[in-house]
Design a protein around this ligand. Structure first.
Ligand code: PSV
Ligand code: MN
Length: 397
């Protein structure tokens, strides 16, 4: 690697921070069951402590996205305390995720429910989440809706879109100037016929209707197999509508697998579009990079460290693309040469440069090995085993 390449990698790593999901440390499963882990977190304090470990060893994951119903036992009343707990473990609270999908009231939807009382209930929870965000000094309120229907003819699709625009506009009116609403889309699940906000275009339209502080959130697992996600990213960047990412990888649908474990070139191409935009425009887009993975089988803290390391490497590779040469080749329609610009960067082994960056910042050069050597995992497994054993119904699967 040349000195110039090392400089590019270090610059990228200095810029890149990624947010952890609190739900990545809890026992989770599929609709067919959960496999309980002895060291899994069962309280918000434990989740924040675990996230603190990930940040301590990687130095680039300082914030934690939280889900209001899962992480704030007393709603807004516990917000300040949760923020203080985060600080105690060396992290801060990141995106606030309202939950308008678990309550029985939401059987037929939340903001698009035909019943006005349910719509008001959902809006009240979103407004409370905005208040929580204020108290935790969080910029982003991250919205994902399960609203949709399972059978043709059972929902007025146009009316439901109008209801979303109305509800989101009312939420937007309550934002502080520095706050944002991030609107996430997903093609299906749990709704299996139509989902109200099913793709990036729908998210874009309802966000635009809500107001200028509403942006689109791209969850990499929320696309059909053949979809060109980097094109979506490029278009959203061009319109200043890209608010953030939920990173994960997948083989079939929304599988929540480790970033880059199935298709690292896909994540690289997404990062490349962002780096290319920065180079071409000289602008620094305000993008919340977040992880949205919850692992049923891998040990959770180690997995989060593995994820963060993979994200850093892929981002660093994307910073190596020679944008000047790429532009010249594109203009001259030199297709092979243009494509090779991407491949040359992608196939560059950046791991030594990343290790050197960590050493220069006083971090362990191999965060995973350092965490394993710390003895922390054995300690939390001892401390938390009792509670988790009870959750597993007396034993571990
Ligand atoms: C839904 O699949 C999702 O991607 C949303 O972001 C949720 O907040 C998250 O997963 C956790 O359930
Ligand atoms: Mn998501």
């Amino acid at each position: 690697m040349t000195d110039r390449q090392q400089e590019l990698v270090w610059g990228a790593l200095d810029r890149f921070q990624v947010e952890q999901p609190s739900w990545g440390f809890a026992n989770t499963g599929t609709r067919f069951g959960k496999f309980i882990q002895a060291g899994a977190a069962t309280t918000i304090e434990e989740k924040l402590a675990d996230a603190g470990q990930v940040h301590c060893f990687t130095g680039c994951a300082p914030s934690v996205a939280v889900h209001v119903l899962w992480d704030f036992p007393d709603g807004r009343a516990s917000a300040a305390q949760v923020a203080a707990t985060a600080a105690r473990y060396g992290v801060r609270i990141g995106a606030i995720n309202p939950n308008v999908f678990e309550d029985q009231a939401y059987k037929y939807g939340s903001l698009a429910n035909p019943d006005p009382a349910v719509r008001e209930k959902a809006l009240a929870h979103i407004l409370e989440s905005i208040e929580i965000a204020r108290e935790t000094s969080s910029r982003d309120i991250s919205l994902w809706f399960t609203d949709g229907s399972n059978y043709p003819g059972t929902a007025n699709i146009r009316r439901r879109r109008a209801l979303f625009e109305e509800g989101l506009s009312r939420a937007h009116a309550r934002l502080e100037p520095n706050q944002r609403l991030l609107v996430e889309y997903k093609p299906f699940e749990p709704a299996f016929y139509h989902t109200d906000i099913a793709d990036w275009g729908m998210a874009y339209l309802v966000a635009r209707a809500a107001g200028p502080q509403a942006k689109v959130l791209v969850d990499t697992g929320h696309h059909y197999q053949a979809q060109n996600i980097e094109q979506i990213v490029a278009w959203l960047l061009a319109d200043d509508m890209l608010g953030g990412f939920h990173f994960n990888d997948r083989r079939y649908a929304d599988d929540d697998l480790t970033i880059g474990s199935i298709d690292p070139y896909q994540i690289f191409r997404i990062f490349h579009e962002i780096e290319f935009y920065r180079w071409e425009t000289g602008r620094e887009p305000e993008i919340a990079y977040m992880i949205d993975q919850s692992h049923n089988l891998k040990p959770k803290i180690e997995e989060m460290i593995q994820t963060v390391m993979a994200a850093q490497e892929l981002y660093a590779k994307a910073a190596l693309v020679d944008h000047g040469a790429l532009t010249r080749h594109q203009e001259a329609c030199e297709l092979i040469d243009a494509e090779e610009c991407l491949k040359a960067a992608f196939y560059t082994d950046v791991r030594e440069a990343v290790r050197a960056w960590r050493r220069s910042r006083g971090l362990a050069e191999d965060p995973l090995a350092a965490y394993r050597a710390s003895g922390h995992q054995a300690r939390i497994e001892r401390e938390r085993a009792e509670r988790n054993r009870a959750a597993a119904g007396g034993g571990y699967a």
